[in-house]
Design a binder for this molecule. Sequence first.
Ligand SMILES: [Zn+2]
Length: 276
Amino acid sequence: MPEMPEVETVRKGLVQLVKNKTIHSIEIRYPNIIEGNTELFLEILSGAKLINIRRRAKFLIFDFDNEYSMISHLRMEGKYQVRDNVENFDKHVHVIFHFTDKTMLGYRDVRKFGRMKLVKTSELNKDKSLQKLGPEPLSDDFVFDNIYPRITKHKKNIKTVLLDQTVISGLGNIYVDEVLWMSKIHPETSAVMLTNSEIKKIINSSNKEIKTAIEAGGTTIRSYVDSRGKSGQFQLQLNVYGRQGEPCERCGVKIEKIKVGGRGTHFCPNCQKLVK
Ligand SMILES: [Zn+2]
């Protein structure tokens, strides 16, 4: 599943490749990708100019010049591809935006889990999927006074709490493992037990991790490739994720893999001791 840094890389690629283009027509080959009325989707977007592409957590937001925005979530393995010949899209491309300059943007999704939805730009903040998202790393509201109460009101383990996008958004399974290793916190620690200093470490580590990952273009897990066909270069820098059995970079003790809240979880049993 693309994580937030990958989605940011996709966004940057799309800004370079399709910003300021005008939609001539749209081809919908698999209507279930579109949430809501497909006819309306076609009608409102035909002739619209794409003026910006933003991101909130893992949602891409395409802003058009007609006061509408398209919210797009790639889910498991959705991708955008830019081509100048429709024959260069394979059978897994389900939505094609044809621009007036004859180039086209295709949405490819083998598993068909991704979704697109059209909303009024002025009503984006009322959209349920965006509204419930917690603050994300590197944003203005990702600060101690805001994050401390959000995390410590939970009795669940910190791994599960950090994965909950309504508490904080943008950290997926890979980054939560990395952040907890950097912060020297055992993934099964109850969130309510965390100290001020531990929450500060989580905040700083999250910012650092996401910043590094964005600069590197995201991780390369599964079939993720950005819109220009370039793979992320970040996977070599992971400290615990996928490194079970290998020595910890900090202390040399073997990284372990366990299940926490149903998710595969990597940690160093020496650096990240469980405090009860
Ligand atoms: Zn260690």
